[in-house]
Design a protein around this ligand. Structure first.
Ligand code: WQD
Length: 339
């Protein structure tokens, strides 16, 4: 069966393409290469020995999207990753985020109607919860006003899909709310592409560990947590990728309870920033140079998933630990720096 993966050369997208191919799916990738590289295509092929079909395409161009679906009307499912995802950048350039993350979703859903099988997996985020009132966070936690245009595009995206599914019973969709994806494929053939100064914690840790960055700034040491630093639910990107295949199979096998479902994807375990640093030091044998500085604007104190719905309904749970993920991130960092 042919599956379209938009953003399939990106961080989570490329790992999901590998897991789809491992399950025997034929994969077609659309990517505009704005935040990815064709090298990921070689990496995927090196892992699976099957080169996915790739089309460089800007999903903001409606006629190009329509033309693509005319040429691929046998698509059995769409996994939609393609979106801008830098929280800080979204505050400075909201219109870029609303155009890129919303118009592309609308065009894809419009084309879905022309397919015989209308299955759609949406890349969402735990950011929709903001600072949840209760921890761990269940899917019943209220969606709070977004802290950034990026987070708002995920909330709006879920609403667009929900409204579309309400009046199109033959469209089946699942939104996956990721907690914090980290790590890389154990083969070190694919991983998180380092463009510019990393905004996220783990790439900054590994770049500090390899000497690219002088010192990691820990944003805030006075939060009401076990050691004063923020708590997050770090999930190995390979575990996350496998969840997308499980969600897609749920729709392909008509096992979904309704035609719009959503699931939290996390490990269920919260780790502080200092615990993440300790994990890096364990797996690398290095001492990380870091300094606790002021809080970062917009950060929430703590977020980690309540995983029973994903475990019991979706039938998926994480298999890999924080150390496994950190070890894979470190091995990836060493690989790309030694090129
Ligand atoms: C994690 C923790 C920081 C960098 C965001 C988005 C989320 C998803 C992942 C896209 C926080 C601390 C970080 C640093 C630090 N993005 N930190 N020093 O903010 O939880 O989530 O990225 O899908 O939607 O909201 O991830 O990795 O930026 O931060 O101390 O140099 O690490 O304060 O507590 P975050 P993060």
């Amino acid at each position: 069966m042919k599956i379209l993966v938009t953003g399939g050369l990106g961080f989570i997208g490329s790992h999901t393409v590998v897991e789809l191919q491992n399950k025997g799916f034929e994969v077609v990738i659309i990517d505009d290469l704005s935040n990815s590289s064709e090298e990921a295509l070689d990496g995927i092929t090196a892992i699976t020995n099957v080169k996915p079909h790739f089309e460089k395409l800007d999903l903001k161009i409606k006629t190009d999207v329509q033309d693509f679906f005319k040429r691929h009307n046998d698509i059995a499912g769409v996994i939609h990753f393609a979106a801008s995802k830098a929280v800080g950048e979204s505050v400075l350039e909201p219109l870029k985020y609303y155009e890129n993350n919303i118009s592309t979703l609308v065009y894809l859903l419009q084309e879905l109607k022309g397919l015989s099988r209308k299955n759609f997996i949406f890349s969402s985020s735990c950011t929709v919860y903001g600072q949840a009132d209760e921890l761990p966070i269940t899917e019943n936690a209220p969606v709070k006003p977004a802290e950034s245009p990026y987070g708002n595009t995920k909330q709006i995206g879920e609403e667009i899909i929900s409204d579309t599914c309400k009046v199109n019973e033959d469209i089946n969709a699942i939104a996956l709310r990721y907690f914090n994806p980290i790590g890389a494929h154990p083969s070190t053939e694919i991983g998180e592409l380092p463009i510019g100064v990393p905004q996220n914690l783990v790439p900054y840790i590994t770049q500090t560990g390899i000497g690219m960055r002088e010192q990691l700034s820990v944003f805030g040491g006075d939060y009401l947590t076990s050691d004063g630093t923020c708590v997050r639910d770090y999930i190995h990107v390979v575990d996350l990728a496998k969840a997308h295949v499980v969600a897609l199979q749920r729709l392909l096998e008509n096992k979904n309870d309704s035609n719009y479902e959503f699931f939290n994807l996390g490990s269920g375990k919260g780790s502080t920033v200092l615990e993440a640093i300790q994990s890096f030091e364990r797996v690398s044998g290095k001492v990380l140079n870091y300094k606790i500085v002021d809080r970062r604007e917009g950060d929430i104190t703590a977020a980690y998933a309540e995983t029973s719905k994903a475990n019991n309904v979706l039938g998926w749970k994480t298999q890999l630990s924080l150390d496994d993920a950190m070890d894979s991130a470190w091995k990836w960092e060493q690989k790309i720096r030694n090129k």
